[in-house]
Design a protein around this ligand. Sequence first.
Ligand code: URP
Ligand code: ZN
Ligand code: ZN
Length: 453
Amino acid sequence: MDYLIKNGRIADKNGCYEADLIIKNGKITYVGDGLDATGAEVIDASGCYVLPGFIDTHTHFDLDTGSAVTADDFITGSRAAIMGGTTTVLDFATQDRDGSLMEALELWHDKAKGSNCNYGFHMAIARWDKGVEAEMEDMTREGVTSYKMYMVYDALRVDDGSLYCALKAAKKQNAIIGVHCENWDTLLKIAQEVKAKGILGPEGHPLSRPNDIEAEAVARYMRIARLADAPAYVVHLSTREGLEEAMRARKRGQEVYLETCPQYLLLDDERYKEPDGAKYVMSPPLRTPEDNKALLAACASGDIDTIGTDHCSFTMAQKLAAKDFSQIPNGGAGVRWRGELMYTYGVLAGRMNMQRFSALMSGNAAAVFGLEGRGRIAKDFAADIVIWDGSITRTISDTDGEHNCDNSPFAGFEVKGGAREVFLNGELVVSNGKLIGEHRGKYIRRKGHNKIR
Ligand code: URP
Ligand code: ZN
Ligand code: ZN
């Protein structure tokens, strides 16, 4: 089926303007004025924005941490994603410490079968050696051109030397490495101190991981990336101090990209004192209103490049089973509401325009992570498109996110806007807010990283 989308306002990372567009064979074939396309289904987008499908740079669907499995698998997570206008997720395929990258990739391909949205994989490297280095070429061939390395978690963390070597090797592949920046050894000691004071509940979680835990790790990553002469990407940045360290690196001339998540913009650490405080246990933890403010300003100014959700959903039963805060499964459900939250508290709050919104939600991620031909409304680009209706209003609840989780950190938030229609690879899969095309997601084979700074 061909489509003619009429009367909408296009919001692309390069600008906003009124135009019609034609979709044919999965692609945008024409963008212009007063188009007429015989035989095409006409979609009237009057009063709506026409946006490139959102790209969530950070999800964990069907993740088994060893002690808990996420509530959402690819089917339910991607259903929530597509209903919110997210046409592509970049999920983390995670290497077993004693396994290979290829085994992890095959496993994640298997998990992702039947996805409701497009998907690509960052490869999380849990061990660095010559074999893994050699596998990076295989990953490039398989369309995996980004990696994650963790400075935390016993089963995943790598040492600084491994990070340095991996950065150099990734650069040769024109790939980019996102790093989870927290100082593990120090936070473990502080967690012991917090517990020794008798603080065992969720309120202990942020106390055990103060801002400097992140800032020190960001600063270290920046210096290691400089030594390796490689671009750096910080995942889920949460602190003002971490932002300052990254900005310092940019001032030195380094190529640095920053990702944050709605929870670090809109939620603060007072939440841990609530009766359901365990819901908010994620790493890094929620911070202060001053951190929220600094990161929101950085989104608006363009200092932050991408917004991921770090969707990693656990049920309240899973979270409440823990004997103290350090055992609570880390993560929260967020993939459904990223668009509404950023539109309401970014655009409608007067902090950013639609061009910036579009860049943060889609265009920058497509460029940085090599999703060639996606992330823009332009001729020959893939027809991953959201018709965004700013008049929709709702209050988020724990269970209305189409996800498979019984809690949402954003429950109670009033939001405006929503995906009225979603096109995925040229096919209409959400119509009038209803999912009409299931399991249509495709694997996105990515090219190398594009420099946007
Ligand atoms: O708490 C979180 N963020 N869990 C998911 C794993 C990670 O570190 O991103
Ligand atoms: Zn992480
Ligand atoms: Zn994560």
